[in-house]
Design a protein around this ligand. Structure first.
Ligand code: NI
Ligand code: MN
Length: 226
């Protein structure tokens, strides 16, 4: 699976012949501003929660690609109210088989509201299976015991975890999360975008390394194949 990082918690992942874009926050992120959102293609746009640093470019990308927005009921309604009808509402605990594979929505410990204060439902993470691989996109979340359950129920090939602290887990909790998830291949997200979430990248990598794990901190616009 090709995974491209667009900064913050924004990724594009090619799975089962389709392109999944996660939490696009690109045009408003000075560090990712060199990326032209109009160049991003997508079949699906997955949104973990309604915070602006996760949905900023969602409608633009979904519209230009006629892509399906997969998110909570409330966020799907928001997309429709903004003129994008192609949505799939998915609630925590529910899964759906799409043409590329399966998405299961799971809990996240965080909050979820739009910039104007409108309720965005509960925040979510996603467990996705395609091409015989399974991965977990955690969204914004604290360390939580559910992760132990995900490790028991799924064989996770890789996990995308927030590591920036302050608004989400920090590095130390993310190391514990990866233990509970029984996963040794971690892609870091939600770090170094703004002041509250700056990390020491070398220290973060070595903390994972000490547990026999790989932490990938991708340069923005870089692609890896996992
Ligand atoms: Ni958030
Ligand atoms: Mn966030």
């Amino acid at each position: 699976m090709n995974i491209t990082f667009y900064g913050h918690s924004s990724f594009s992942i090619e799975a089962g012949g389709k392109t999944l874009v996660f939490d696009p926050f690109i045009s408003h992120n000075p560090k990712a501003a060199f990326i032209n959102v109009l160049d991003i293609s997508a079949d699906y746009v997955l949104l973990s929660h309604a915070h602006f640093d996760h949905v900023a470019d969602a409608l633009t990308i979904a519209r230009q690609n006629n892509a399906t927005i997969v998110s909570t009921y409330e966020i799907a309604n928001w997309a429709q109210a903004n003129g994008h009808d192609q949505v799939h509402p998915l609630a925590q605990g529910g899964q759906w088989k799409f043409d590329f594979g399966t998405i299961k929505a799971v809990n996240a410990v965080h909050s979820s509201s739009f910039q104007d204060g409108t309720y965005g439902g509960n925040p979510a993470g996603f467990i996705i299976s395609a091409e015989g691989k399974t991965f977990y996109y955690a969204g914004d979340t604290a360390l939580m015991y559910d992760m132990k359950m995900f490790g028991e129920l799924y064989q996770l090939d890789f996990c995308l975890l927030p590591i920036g602290d302050n608004f989400t887990m920090g590095v130390d909790d993310a190391v514990i999360a990866s233990d509970w998830l029984k996963c040794n291949t971690i892609i870091g997200m939600h770090y170094d975008t703004f002041g509250y979430i700056e990390i020491d990248q070398m220290e973060a990598i070595s903390k994972f390394e000490a547990k026999g794990k790989n932490l990938y901190l991708l340069p923005i616009a870089d692609t890896i194949d996992l």
